[in-house]
Structure formats: C-alpha cells, structure tokens
Write a protein that binds this ligand. Structure first.
Ligand SMILES: [Zn+2]
Length: 366
C-alpha cells in the first residue's frame, strides 16, 4: 500500500519529464550548450533548455511522498506529497532552467493522524416502554461513552464508559399518580386544582381538545400550577374504530392546541375508555406521544358517593399505581370526585404514599 502511494507521483513526474525532454539545439545558437544548476546543493550541468523535471531525473532526486498513517492499525490513509522549489519558489516540473538556478527537493513527511475525543450515546438497553403505561414508568436513560479515535480514520484508540445506560423500569417505592380526565371544565377543574394546591400535589390532566378551545383559561390555570397535561383527543371518540389518518387528526391538532395554549406540547395521550389497537399506538408514537393507561379506576363516572370512591381507590392502590378520575365531561356532575379527593390524598399519605406524575424524561424521575 505504501509502495503504491509512492509509485504514483514518481510515475507522474517521469511522464512529465519525458514529454519535455530532448530539445535539439539549433546550429546557429551561440549560447552555451549547458546550464549549470544546483539540485539540493549538488551541482549539475544540463543541456540548455532543460526543465526542472529533467534536472531531477539527472540528479536522481525526485521528491518522495510522505504517508499519513492511521492511529491504531498504522494503515496509510493519506499522502503528504513532497514538493520542489526553484529559487525558493514552488516549481513546476516543466519550468525551464537558467544557469545558476537552485532547485530544492523537499520530501513529504510521514505522520500519524491526530486523535480526538468524542462522546457517543449508548441507547438504553431494551429501553422500550410498554405500549400502554398502566403504572408509573421511568423511561430508560441512555448511557454515554467517551471514545478516543483517529481524527480521519475513526479507529478507536480508547473507550471509557462515563455513564451506564439504564433500562425503562416501573417506579419503585410508595408512589402513586393521580390523573383527571375529560377536562378542562370551568366548574370542577378549579375545585380539583384548589385541593391539589392545598395539599401540594402534582397530578396529570388528560384534556379534550374541544373543551380546551372552550375553556383555554382553565387549561392555563392547570399548567400554571405545574401539573402535567395529557392529550385526550379532540372529540373523545373510540380510537380503535378510526383509520390511522383519523387517529392522527384526533391527536396532532390537540398537541398543537395545547402547545399554543400553555406553551408546551404534551408527552402523553390517553385514549378514551382506554381503548387502543396497534394503529392507535403506532400513530401516538409517531406523534411523540406515550400512551397513558391506568391501574386503578374507582368508576367515578358512575356517580358513586364519595365514601365509595375513597374506599375503591385506597383499597386498590399499590406502589406505582395510576389512578383515573374525572374533573370534566359535558353535563357531568363531578362533585363526588371533588368530595372524595382530599380524603383519598389524606389516607394514601397516611400509608406513606407520595404523589408523582409519570416521568416524561429522566430529569423528572424523582
Ligand atoms: Zn375520557
């Protein structure tokens, strides 16, 4: 490989020289028949009209190319061409010589490529979250590797794991996520917000686009209190009965509407009645949405009395549970949910639970 690299410029040089060689001298020319030149301090007498290339051939001194080697395997990866100076200026091989010219042949140098450091993300192993997250899930985190590599070849000299990747996992410990569907509602959402503010709890609100357009100020109040907002479709249809295009039409505009209303797009979607199929999940993921399910449903939409709601929730919650309740819905009376909520919070706290929102990013994992 190295020999081949060196051969190419030599051949080129000789071809150039050949093309310019042999200039017969006219008989009437009285100028001296030779020119005296120096090639790397070696004096040389050449036929008149000789050029630089002929001088190099006469002196048996052609510039040698240097080779740039890769950092690890020392394979040739590039040439550092040698060059020729004529009276301290870059020379062409076909340049004519005059007496007293000084030619300097400078070989290319051999070198090893520089090395650089770079950071490479190591994807979370098996980091896929479940298609529908029915319990509080912590998304996996990518790891980070620092590599020292050849700047041109990319050959790896050294690898150092700076942060190991972590897989997605269920929340551990006594945490529970409260979620409220079918808002925003001008009557019940503010009451739920007040209870959450009084108790210092963050929750997740799955909102219907149609109602966000009617009550944007209610959604802004939800966001201002630091709660998580989740896309609950535009008009609350059964998503499994829609084509993928129709599902997208139910979700994408609501992402944008939420962003326009509160300044940030949601990370989660909750399907009406929790009904999804493969298309629903695929469209959600395409739109950057994780599908939020639940594991505890006290059926507050059946208008059970508050004490029944309390008993159902508190009796069912386990570490990592997601509880679904409702703070809105056209013409629905959510007063029993509002009445039950402070007692649910109080009793779960007494059992040692703390209240979380499903983490949308590693930074939110508490
Ligand atoms: Zn709903």
């Amino acid at each position: 490989m190295r020999a081949l690299l060196l051969l190419i410029p030599l051949t080129a040089a000789v071809m150039l020289v050949g093309a310019a060689a042999h200039h017969p001298q006219p008989a009437h020319d009285r100028r001296p028949a030779t020119v005296d030149a120096m090639v790397n301090d070696m004096p040389l007498a050449l036929p008149r009209s000789s050029n630089v290339g002929e001088a190099l051939v006469g002196a048996r001194r052609l510039p040698r190319d240097g080779v740039l080697y890769s950092a690890v395997t020392h394979s040739p990866i590039d040439r550092h061409p040698g060059h020729v100076l004529l009276d301290n200026r870059p020379a062409r091989l076909d340049q004519r010589l005059q007496s007293g010219d000084r030619i300097r042949v400078i070989d290319g140098t051999d070198a090893v490529e520089p090395i650089v450091e770079r950071e490479v993300a190591i994807p979370s192993p098996g980091g896929a979250l479940p298609d529908v997250e029915r319990e509080v899930m912590s998304p996996g985190t990518d790891g980070m590797m620092r590599e020292t590599v050849g700047a041109q070849s990319g050959e790896v000299l050294r690898q150092e794991m700076m942060r190991a990747p972590a897989p997605a996992s269920k929340a551990s410990g006594p945490v529970v996520a409260l979620t409220f569907d079918d808002g925003p509602d001008p009557t019940f959402t503010p009451q739920v917000l007040q209870i959450l503010a009084n108790t210092g709890i963050k929750a997740t609100f799955c909102v219907i686009g149609r109602d966000v357009r009617r009550f944007p100020e209610v959604l802004r109040a939800v966001a201002q209190q630091g709660h998580t907002i989740c896309n609950h479709t535009d008009s609350h249809p059964r998503l499994d009965r829609l084509s993928p295009g129709q599902v997208e039409a139910q979700l994408a505009p609501v992402n944008q509407l939420i962003r326009d209303t509160v300044g940030a797009a949601p990370t989660f979607v909750r399907a009406p009645w929790g009904i999804v199929n493969g298309d629903t999940v695929a469209v959600a993921h395409k739109l950057g949405l994780r599908v939020l399910g639940w594991s505890v449903d006290p059926s507050d939409y059946l208008r059970s009395p508050a004490d029944r709601l309390v008993a159902r929730v508190v009796g069912a919650v386990k570490p990592g549970s997601i509880v679904i309740m409702h703070d809105g819905g056209e013409g629905e009376d959510r007063s029993q949910t509002v009445a039950a909520l402070p007692i649910i919070i109080q009793q779960l706290r007494a059992q040692g639970y703390s209240f979380v929102v499903p983490p949308s990013s590693p930074a939110a994992v508490g």
